[in-house]
Design a protein around this ligand. Sequence first.
Ligand SMILES: Cc1cc2nc3c(=O)[nH]c(=O)nc-3n(C[C@H](O)[C@H](O)[C@H](O)COP(=O)(O)OP(=O)(O)OC[C@H]3O[C@@H](n4cnc5c(N)ncnc54)[C@H](O)[C@@H]3O)c2cc1C
Length: 463
Amino acid sequence: MSQIGDWLREDVRDVRVVAKSDVVVVGGGPAGLSAAIGAARNGARVTLLERYNHLGGLAAGGMVLVLDDMWDSHLREISVRGNCLEMIERMASLGLAQFPREDEWGSDPASQRRWGRWGTFDFHSHEKPHPICFAAAFDPDAWKRVSLDLVQQHGIDLRLHSWFSRTLVEDGKVKGVICDTKAGRQAILGDVVIDATGDLDVAASASAPHVGGSYIMTTVFRLGGVDAEEAERFEREEPEAFDAMDREVKRVLGGSWAKWWLRTPLPGVVWCNAPHIAGLDGTRVEDLTKVEIEGRKAIHRTVDFLRTRLPGFESCFVVDVAPQTGVRQTRLLEGEYVMSKDDVVNRVRFADSVARGRDYYYPYRSLLPRGIDNLIVAGRHYSATSAAQKMSREIPPCMAMGEAAGVAAALAVDAGVSVRNVDVQKVQRTLRAQGADPGDREGCNPDVPAIARAARQRVEALA
Ligand SMILES: Cc1cc2nc3c(=O)[nH]c(=O)nc-3n(C[C@H](O)[C@H](O)[C@H](O)COP(=O)(O)OP(=O)(O)OC[C@H]3O[C@@H](n4cnc5c(N)ncnc54)[C@H](O)[C@@H]3O)c2cc1C
């Protein structure tokens, strides 16, 4: 009779091949969706695999509802473009994304008053309050809806409810993946596989070198029935009472950033990027279970407190707790190049840069595993030290990495070469031609994207 801690051997089983594509993307979060689009737009047949019933990863199921780190405060420009801006544009056309335009960026008090509780500020600035910058607040269901539209528009073969479990490797080359599904195990084959699981599941299964990282985890939630105007009035007109109350709320919550609630495009609904819990591992079932139990206790404790004490929150209620747990960092690739904190802080540029974040740049080598071919990695598990990843893992740069990985995969398939030998300059040119900024050129982009122009300029452009 086996005991806890013993090892059992599974029977060898036959697995049916259910799909075959040029490019297989595992994980339908911001990086995976962007990778699938990047590859399909360049002629590749793409299969996109996702474990849940929706696309979006932390941006949708994780209810992380502000797209930031796409504003370069040194060059004063929008630094992440391409698929990320298209996503914002499409959600805005549904009335489900909000962002400050060019004439609202900066420290003007009217702009602060308008945007102060939307999370659209430059939180890296030492100025207080932080200046308003380009960032977008959005609705999670809009993200899911637009993602499905984009997948269909690009002819991507989407397989939801497919939980990746093993990478198929032959002679040092990745050949495909195996997923667990309700219908049993299924094999999906591809010439190139892109790991966009966020936790490096595919590369780790292929024994690619990696390290274990860790950061706070968060049980993100939304509250409805909030009178946000009244809450903001209290903050503005009674600053001392507000500060004292805010400190108490944070004590009850047990871990949060400075602004623990932010507005969303839905009236009366705010999102709370809290409570945080430190010291847990986002790949361990025990820790993932603990964060849900402890997080929910803290949320309900906080709601009881808010209802009796905080102006504007008297009638608040929990709308939902994010179905995807707020895991920021787990396994990190040790790839052909490992990004350091100095690379991020010093804005180091690379000849093979294929993606740009705020004011930091990702070399193509940081997406390539060592010792294994036909595999590209994109998203929060890219090749970086733990400290560097904490500063360079936001949704927009993950989309930029994904777009670059998708383009590189399609060009490699088209040229009949391995992803390691793809023409990086062609990847950069292709990304630029499609509206992305691969970070390969010094200085500013020549334009402010149409979506961000001041209202007056947009009217003139239409006239
Ligand atoms: C609480 C919290 C707050 C944050 N705040 C912000 C913020 O305000 N602004 C910002 O821009 N960024 C923020 N971030 C960071 C940002 O959300 C993530 O870094 C980003 O979403 C990573 O994108 P990704 O595509 O790499 O991974 P993910 O978003 O994690 O997507 C991974 C996808 O892969 C799927 N997947 C995973 N494993 C498997 C498997 N085995 N089989 C099949 N599918 C699988 C997942 O279901 C998911 O859809 C925050 C993160 C957290 C956790």
